[in-house]
Design a protein around this ligand. Structure first.
Ligand code: COS
Length: 385
C-alpha cells in the first residue's frame, strides 16, 4: 500500500532497509545466540543519523518525528527486533528530555544523543512496580544542591550500554502519582551502579539490566520539570514511545511473513510447492491482512502525534496492542508453516516468535493498555451523557 511518504522518509526507509540487509541479516542469529550488544551496528545507526531523528534541529537532531522513527524501527526489526531496539530504547530514554526538559538540559544532553555518541535508557519499572507504575518506591530526597536517590530499577533496556537514564523517583511518597519526579542520571554519578543483567527469551541482542541507586547524588539541575511532575513525564513519554514498540512488532511480523512466503514457495510436499495448498494460502492471507491493518493504524497514530495531537493515550495504546498481538500470531503461524524445521534453531523463524513475545509485555502490558483504552471510552461516554 502506498502511504505517500515524503522524499526524506523514503530515503530513511531505504537506508534502514540497506543496513538491515547488509549489516544485520547475516549476524542476527549470532547476536541472538551470544546475547552480546551490537556496538558495531550501533555505530552504523549513528552514522545514518537514526539517533537524531526525533530530536529538534536546534539541538543537533534531524527535527523529524515519531513517524520517521517508526519507519526506521519497522525496517530494522524485519531483520532483528533486538538490534533495532538500540534505536527505539534510546528514543524512549530521550523523549522525556525532548518533551519536558529545560533549554539548558536539552543543550547539555541532546546533541550527543542525536549523534549517537551516547545511548539513553528509561528507568521506571521496579521489582514491585510494573503495571502499577504509580507504586514506585525509589526515593529521592533533596539535600542542598543534590537529590539523594535510593532504590532499584529493573528490566531497563539499554541498561549498561547507555550513558544516561531518565529515572522516575518519589520525592513525596504521601502524594501517590503526584509525588513522583523525573531525573537525568549519568553513568558515573556517585552511588549509581548496575545490578543483575537479564538472560532473556528473545531480543537477546538488546541488553536489559538493573540500575542500583545507593545514596546516589544527582544535582538539582538534573531534575526534569518540577517536583511532582515525574509521573506525568513518564506517561507522556510512553504515549510517544508505544508506537515505536508497535513498529518493532510490525517489523518482526513482516520479517516472519517474508520468511514464511519464501519457505512456502520453495518447500515441496505431495509433489508440489506447499504455497499451492489453500490451507497455507489462507494462513498467509490472514498474516498479510493483519500486518497491513496494524501498519495503517501505527502510521495514522504517529502522524497524529507529529501533528501535535495531545490526548493520544488511547490511540497510542491501540496501535501497540494491535501490532504486538499481530506479531505474536503471525510469528507463531510462520513457525507453523515451516513445520518441524520452524521449531529448530537452524532456521531463523523461531527467533522471530521469541522476539515478538516481549512486545505484548513491555511499555505497558496489553492488558493494562486495554484498560487505558477502555477508561478513555468510558470517559467519552460520561462526557456525552
Ligand atoms: N498523559 C498525561 N497524563 C496522564 C496520562 C497520560 N497518558 N495517563 C495518566 N495521566 C495522569 C492522570 O490524568 C492522573 O492525573 P491526576 O492526578 O491529575 O488526576 C495521573 O496521571 C494518574 O493517572 P491514573 O489515575 O490513571 O493512574 P493509575 O495509577 O490508575 O494508572 C496506568 C495508570 C495504569 C495507566 C499507569 O500506571 C501505566 O501506564 N502503567 C503501565 C506502566 C508501563 O507502561 N510500564 C512499562 C515500563 S516503562 S518501559
Amino acid at each position: 500500500m502506498n502511504y505517500y511518504f515524503d522524499e526524506f522518509q523514503q530515503e530513511l526507509i531505504q537506508s534502514a532497509r540497506r543496513i538491515g540487509r547488509e549489516r544485520i541479516k547475516a549476524v542476527a542469529a549470532q547476536y541472538d545466540r551470544e546475547g552480546t550488544f551490537p556496538w558495531d551496528i550501533v555505530k552504523v545507526f549513528a552514522e545514518a543519523g537514526f539517533f537524531g531523528i526525533s530530536i529538534p534541529e536546534e539541538y543537533g537532531g534531524l527535527g523529524r518525528g515519531v513517524l520517521d522513527l517508526v519507519l526506521v524501527t519497522e525496517e530494522l526489526s524485519r531483520y532483528c527486533g533486538g538490534i533495532a531496539l538500540a534505536v527505539a530504547a534510546t528514543a524512549l530514554g530521550t523523549f522525556p528530555i525532548v518533551i519536558s526538559a529545560n533549554d539548558e538540559q536539552k543543550k547539555r544532553y541532546l546533541p550527543a544523543l542525536a549523534e549517537g555518541k551516547m545511548l539513553a535508557g528509561f528507568g521506571l519499572t521496579e521489582p514491585s512496580a510494573g503495571s502499577d507504575a504509580g507504586s514506585i518506591k525509589t526515593r529521592a530526597v533533596r539535600k542542598g544542591d543534590r537529590y539523594i536517590l535510593n532504590g532499584n530499577k529493573v528490566f531497563i533496556t539499554n541498561g549498561g550500554a547507555a550513558k544516561i537514564y531518565t529515572v522516575i523517583a518519589n520525592t513525596d511518597p504521601g502524594k501517590g502519582t503526584r509525588g513522583a519526579s523525573a531525573f537525568i542520571v549519568e553513568e558515573g554519578m556517585p552511588g549509581f551502579s548496575y545490578g543483575k543483567e537479564e538472560d532473556k527469551m528473545g531480543i537477546r541482542a538488546s541488553c536489559t539490566r538493573e540500575l542500583v541507586f545507593e545514596d546516589c547524588e544527582v544535582p538539582v539541575e538534573n531534575m526534569i520539570g518540577r517536583e511532582g511532575e515525574g509521573f506525568m513525564v513518564a506517561m507522556k513519554t510512553l504515549d510517544k514511545s508505544r508506537p515505536g514498540v508497535a513498529a518493532q512488532a510490525l517489523g518482526i511480523a513482516q520479517g516472519a511473513l517474508d520468511l514464511a512466503l519464501e519457505y512456502a514457495r520453495t518447500r515441496e510436499q505431495f509433489g508440489q510447492s506447499i504455497i499451492q495448498f489453500q490451507a497455507i494460502q489462507f494462513m498467509l492471507a490472514d498474516m498479510a491482512t493483519q500486518i497491513e491493518a496494524s501498519r495503517a493504524l501505527i502510521y495514522a497514530v504517529s502522524r497524529n502525534l507529529d501533528a501535535g495531537e495531545k490526548n493520544v493515550a488511547k490511540e497510542s495504546s491501540m496501535c501497540k496492542v494491535m501490532a504486538s498481538d499481530t506479531a505474536m500470531k503471525v510469528t507463531t503461524d510462520a513457525v507453523q508453516i515451516f513445520g518441524g524445521y520452524g521449531y529448530m534453531r537452524d532456521y531463523p523463524v523461531e527467533k522471530f516468535m521469541r522476539d515478538a513475545k516481549i512486545t505484548q509485555i513491555y511499555e505497558g502490558t496489553n492488558q493494562i493498555l486495554r484498560m487505558v483504552i477502555a477508561r478513555s471510552l468510558i470517559r467519552q461516554l460520561a462526557k456525552h451523557a
